[in-house]
Each structure stands twice: as structure tokens, then as C-alpha cells.
Design a protein. Structure first.
Lengths: 442, 442
């Protein structure tokens, strides 16, 4: 067995340096990333290096350099043709997280341009693109030029990442995924931020989720991830703020695709669930402040509330839907969205206070119904999903309807119902309140 | 970029388990090793696992299971046709270490069969096969059947490992070599022991070197390596003893190939350097005891001394040389061995006591002369080398001859001489004595 002779030279030294706790220079990190993308650095060396990073970590400087090296591996968007401070928004993913569908048009309706590239759902977490595509006709595969033009003209767009965006991240993530090196905060942070940097916005608001439904289960990790991402943004000259927010139970009530669009529209009408509305206002206020539309968060928040009241945010969503080929009437008349043939009521079999709802378990139930993907290749069913009615702290009696299942078949619905009941914890006394926003970094 | 779907299954779990500090089962380790050898487990996964092992270590049980899985990956020698307890010997490598050339025939001359498979030199350390091959005509590439038959008939053989011995180790080592995962004690120990286990001996005596010329620079690491290897031997039912011995300066005087054979012959005549003779007696006594020829080490030692006196060890070397196609007269008449055209005296430029001789530096000088290999593909020159006359503790005056260089050209000789002088440290007072045998494990 002979591995390549040239492997003995530079990549070897970089693996050893990280293995021994050293700090790689920007030039070293760039040579590793570029070499990997070009196929000159072997995957077996990169995976050893990734595992060394897993154990040794990276400094903020190294993490920022890795982010930049990845961002530069593909196309970097140039948004200078769009007037104003462009503000991007990212969520680390969760269950029932339809925030982008609300916040992007709402902030744009206040005059701050929001160029947003999103991802698809995978595993128990949903994806904004899948949700948006439940609107008949809507396209998220948009050419970069059309994307930029739409943001310039309308103030916002939500599209899929183009294939030429951050190829290094795609290749590195695929390798991390099979070598147990996903769970490393600097690697997670640089993966997320590389896409934001390549996306070209001037400022970034991050929503880092913590809890059972989040990638980061504990608050400490979520806070650390937020800090590292804010540090990367600042090192790379992008104003960045992160909120650490709760994902210990689903956000809002709806979990799925069309059901989440319905809830997002309700929220833009000012009739949304309290937690979702509150989170949208918190994130949106940060975006308006970074976008220069308000000096203070209170002032920014009031602007957003006004846009909920006067319907400007909803109209902006309609414009965006229309621009991307979707049926704008579906946003007015929600019956035009796909709906599931079977709706089953899920009744509590216990009595007491809801102590918690395992958000990851709820997400898995949604995947089983067909609302999400177990594997990347899977197709999602836009119509199916869940409505989680009784949330943390709610008082339930035996037989109370705690949730609705929207399913393709009765069999699916019954399986989902029993899975959902297992996600509920009910106890005799009300639970301690858990804040929606755990902290802010920026 | 898509890595293989099946990579997400078992290998992934084993990487993660080790990453998180878990202990792999024998079955898990075997599936990883076998899968890697068969090409079913990807090298990028094995390298990530190796790096996780680097950081997390392995229990003695895991290390023994890895050793056995590697040993079983190829041919396992069956030595049951040879009567008696077969005792193998291994040295972790050093500079001027010609111990095997002395100990193997000496122990065999006492009636304990020694079936020895050796390696070649690499980097600053020499290899027994290269030394032996400086005897005209001698072959070390011997078929397994002929090897077993020679040990049965004569009591000993020193041959190269056959290609079908421990293929897993060859493949794993090649991967470790390019991924900075060589320096891991359980990986080093299992690599060495897998070859000993596949070699089929009943008992094993290990010489673990510590010091500047050794792979293990510090005593603590050498002792740990010795302990792990003895634990592996005991778990796998082979009686194993390890001596931790000094390699802070070259062993004996000669460093090279033919020059080392000359010194080995002198030692078998009872005229060898004190340190080399002492080490051969210490290792040989352990071998005789494990081989059941003596109950106590003192008694074993006396048997060996008798064989040095009566020349039986030397005759055994001649028989072995002859059996392997070498010129037996070359062992009597050392002038028949290759000699270098240029012999240069190296004179001290300082006055005082030799504090130490950097053995690794001496080994590198020998490589430059052509006695060793910088790369595996390199050929060695049997004639060239060094004679280190003044050793640690010696009193030297300015102009005293401290060493001889045996070179192909005067230019080579002069470069070697200056390199050699740099390896010497001379000071005004005698150094503290450093023991030859630092410890014993078994």
C-alpha cells in the first residue's frame, strides 16, 4: 500500500501542527482548503486534520481564516449594486422555525434589503426552501443575477444556494459527515459563516437555537457557537449579532411545510403565536439596527410592529412570492395551499401541566409523515405536518386535544399521533418558565 | 462531493465511539481492520479513527485485539514442527544496534530455537537485514517453508518479512505515515506485536530503546511502550519480557553495515565492546529463561558466557550464514567483507570528558554516507559507516582520534567527520553514569 509521496510534505506538517495544538497561519489554512477542493490534498489527510481540529479546536483567527478560505473557494456575490446596508439572517435550524418567512419580508418592508439564501430540511429540522415551495408555482432555484435584481427591486428574496457557492464547504461537510467530525464548534461556525460571507451581505443576524430540537442541545454550546460566529463576522468585516434562542419545544404551533406558511402569514397579519411573533420582532429589530434603519432596538421593534399592523410585511411577502413565480393569491386565500386529506386530533391521555415537548421527537414525527427528509434524496410532502396546540406550561385534562396531525393516510396519522404523545411530558405542577431569548452576542 | 452512503453506517459509529473515549469491542476492531484491508472501509475514515486513537488512546484489551486483527490479516506462521519453545526477539531500533546478529546465534547455540523476521533500516536507524546482507551472497528473502526448516535444523534464521505477513500493518502504517498518526503508543505497540504474533514464536523478548537515537526519546514513553507490548503478549498467550535499554549514544562502536557485522563477530568471539556484550547477555538471558533452558537469569547468563568462550555462538552464526547462501569464510576472515576505500580519522577539537553523543545525529551522518536510507526506495552501501571510538565518559585531548569514517569518497568522509564532531558534547567534568538497562517489564 503506497499513499502519495507528496503527502509527506506540506499537508502532513499541517496535520501534525494542529495535532500538537499549534495555530495554523492563514496561508496554511488556505493551502489546505484549496488543495482539498482541487483534489491535491487527499481526503484521508483532511479527515485526520478535521479530527485533530475536533480535539484541539481553533482560535478565532484560524476559524475566520478557514471561513474566508471556504468562502473564496467558489463564487462570491457582489451586492454593491443594491443600495443600502444589506442584512442577511441565518438560523441554526429547528422544529417549526418559520421565522425567515416572516422576518425577511417584514424587515424588507421597513426598507432594509434582505438577500437570503436558504437551505433545505434534513433530519428532524425543517428547511425554509421546502416550506416556501409549498406555495404553488414558487421557485427557489434562481440565478444569481435574478436574485440580486429581485433584492434590488423588491428589497428581498429567499432562494437556494447556487451550486457554485462555497464548494469547499460542500466537500468538507460531506467528509465530516462520514468521519464523525461534524460536532466541532469552529467547523460548524466556519461552515455557516462561509456561506454568509460568500452571500455578500454587509451585516448578519444569527439565530442560534438551543434545546432538544436544536443542533446545540445545551445552552453553553449554543452560546459558544454564537460567540465564535460573531467573532468570525467581526474579523471579516461584517457586522454580526447573534441571539441564542429557545428550541426546547417547537416554535409556534405548526410543524411541516404548508402548515408553517399558513402560520407565517397569520403572523404577518399580527395574528401569530406569541413565541413566534416575539422572536420575529427580536431578530427583525437587530436586523433593522444593523441596517441603519433605527439606532435603538425599541425603536426598531416599533417599526416592525407598525408593519404587522398596516400589512406592509404581508404585502412584501406577496410581492416576493409573485416575483419568484408563486401564486400570490395563495398568501391571501390560504385554502389554495396544499392540505392533507386526513386531519386527526391528538388527545391527551394524562392530566396536568405540559412540562416540555421534545422538539427533536416532534421533528422526527414530521419526517415520518413525509414533511421532512431522512436522507438528502428524499422528497417532502408539502401538505402534511403537525399542529402542536398545547405548549409548555399549558394545563391539559385527559381527552383534551393537544395537537392535530395532517397526514396522507389514517395509518400515518395514527402512528404520528402516538409518536407525538410520547414527545409530551406532563406533570402535576406548572414548569419553571424558560425564556425565549437566552442571550445576545454582538 | 459525495462520499459513500455505506460510510454512514458502521465505520462512522466506530470513529465516533473512539472520538468520545469509548472502548471498542474485539468484533468492532476486527471489522474495521478487515474492512480496511479489503477496501470496504475508506482510508479517510480510518485516518479519522487513527487520529481519535492518537488523542484517546486504547485500553490494553483493545490494543491486543487490534494486534490480533492485524496479525490475522495475512499469513500466520505455524512453527509447531520445530521442537522446543521458540523465542523471538525484537528491538525498537537504534544506532549501531547489531544485537540480533549476536544474540540470535548465541541463544540458538544454547538450544533455544530463534525464528527471527527482521526489518530494514529507515531514517537514522539501521536494519538487521541490511547489515546481514553485507556478507557476500547472503539472502534474507527466504520462503516461509525454508525459513521454518532452517530454524528446525539449525536453531535459528534471520530473514525478511514475507509480503503476506500482516498486510493490515503495512497498509495502516502507510496511512499513519501521511496523517501524523505514527506517534501513538498503542498503534506502535500493536504494529510491532502483530508481526511477532504472526511470526509464530511462543515467547518474545523485546528491547525497547530510550534516548536520542531511539524512536522513544524519553524514558517514560519507552517504559509505557514496553508495558503495553508486554500486556499485548500476555493477553494473546505469548510469554513476553521487555528490557528498556539505553540508546542515548550509539551501541558499541560500529555504525553501518559491514562494520557492524565485524563488531558482531568480535562480540561472538568474546572481544566485543562492553556495552554491546552486556546488552547481548541481558537479552539472551531473558530468551534462555523464556525458552526453558534456565530457571534463573544468572544461570542463563553463564550459559551464554560459556558459548562466547567456546565459540559455539560464532559457529552458529557461520552455519546460519552458510544456510542462507552467504560466504561462511567471511565470518572467519573479516577482510572478505566489503570495506570502504576511504578511512578518515576524526580528531577531537576540544579537551575534556565526552558528555554525550547524539545518537540520532550519528545515525543521520551514516545515512549521508550511504549506510542507511532516507527513503524506503534508497539502496544502502554495505561498506561505509562509522567507528565511534570515544564514547560517553571518555577523556579526550585536542587531536585525539575519537572516531573513524569509512566512506566512498574523501569528500563524503570530510562531511561526515564534521557532522560527527557536532554530535559530540565535551565538558570539563565526567558525566553522571547512565545505565545500559533502564528497566525490565515482564
Amino acid at each position: 500500500m503506497a499513499f502519495r509521496v507528496e503527502d509527506r510534505v506540506r499537508p502532513y506538517d499541517l496535520i501534525r501542527k494542529k495535532r500538537d495544538g499549534g495555530e495554523l497561519t492563514a496561508e496554511e489554512i488556505t493551502s489546505l482548503v484549496d488543495g482539498f477542493v482541487r483534489g491535491e490534498v487527499a481526503d484521508y489527510q483532511v479527515s485526520a486534520w478535521l479530527m485533530a481540529v475536533y480535539f484541539r479546536g481553533m482560535t478565532h483567527r484560524e476559524t475566520a481564516d478557514l471561513t474566508m478560505a471556504m468562502a473564496r473557494s467558489g463564487r462570491m456575490l457582489d451586492l454593491r449594486g443594491i443600495p443600502g446596508v444589506k442584512v442577511d439572517k441565518h438560523s441554526s435550524g429547528g422544529v417549526g422555525d418559520k421565522t425567515s418567512l416572516v422576518v425577511v419580508p417584514l424587515v424588507a418592508s421597513c426598507g432594509v434589503p434582505v438577500p437570503k439564501m436558504s437551505g433545505r430540511g434534513l433530519g428532524h429540522t425543517g428547511g425554509t426552501l421546502d416550506k416556501l415551495e409549498s406555495i404553488p408555482g414558487l421557485r427557489t432555484a434562481v440565478e444569481v443575477e435574478a436574485f440580486v435584481e429581485q433584492v434590488r427591486r423588491l428589497g428581498c428574496a429567499i432562494v437556494g444556494q447556487t451550486a457554485d457557492l462555497v464548494p469547499a464547504d460542500k466537500k468538507l461537510y460531506a467528509l465530516r459527515d462520514v468521519t464523525a467530525t461534524v460536532d466541532s464548534i469552529p467547523l460548524i461556525a466556519s461552515s455557516i459563516m462561509s456561506k454568509k460571507i460568500a452571500g455578500g451581505a454587509d451585516a448578519i443576524v444569527l439565530d442560534v437555537k438551543a434545546g432538544s430540537g436544536a443542533f446545540m442541545k445545551d445552552l453553553h454550546s449554543a452560546r459558544t457557537l454564537a460567540q465564535v460566529m460573531v467573532a468570525i463576522g467581526s474579523q471579516l468585516g461584517r457586522r454580526t449579532v447573534a441571539l441564542v434562542t429557545d428550541m426546547d419545544q417547537p416554535l409556534g404551533h405548526a410543524v411541516g411545510n404548508a402548515v408553517e406558511v399558513r402560520e407565517a402569514v397569520a403572523t404577518l397579519r399580527g395574528e401569530g403565536p406569541g413565541d413566534l411573533t416575539e422572536l420575529c420582532l427580536s431578530l427583525g429589530a437587530e436586523m433593522l439596527r444593523l441596517g441603519g434603519r433605527a439606532r435603538e432596538l425599541d425603536e426598531a421593534r416599533q417599526l416592525l410592529v407598525d408593519r404587522l399592523r398596516d400589512g406592509a410585511g404581508l404585502r412584501k411577502l406577496q410581492e416576493m412570492v409573485s416575483a419568484q413565480g408563486g401564486d400570490p393569491a395563495a398568501v391571501e386565500d390560504l385554502d389554495r395551499l396544499p392540505s392533507a386529506p386526513v386531519v386527526l386530533e391528538v388527545c391527551s391521555q394524562q392530566e396536568g401541566y405540559v412540562q416540555g415537548i421534545d422538539a427533536e421527537a416532534v421533528g422526527r414525527v414530521a419526517v415520518i409523515l413525509g414533511a421532512g427528509r431522512a436522507r438528502k434524496e428524499d422528497r417532502v410532502d408539502p401538505a402534511v405536518g403537525l399542529t402542536v396546540l398545547a405548549k409548555r406550561g399549558a394545563r391539559v385534562a385527559r381527552g383534551d386535544v393537544v395537537a392535530l396531525v395532517h397526514a396522507r393516510t389514517l395509518d400515518d396519522a395514527q402512528r404520528a399521533a402516538s409518536g407525538l404523545l410520547e414527545a409530551y411530558r406532563v406533570g402535576p405542577v406548572p414548569p419553571e418558565p424558560r425564556p425565549l431569548v437566552h442571550g445576545r452576542v454582538g
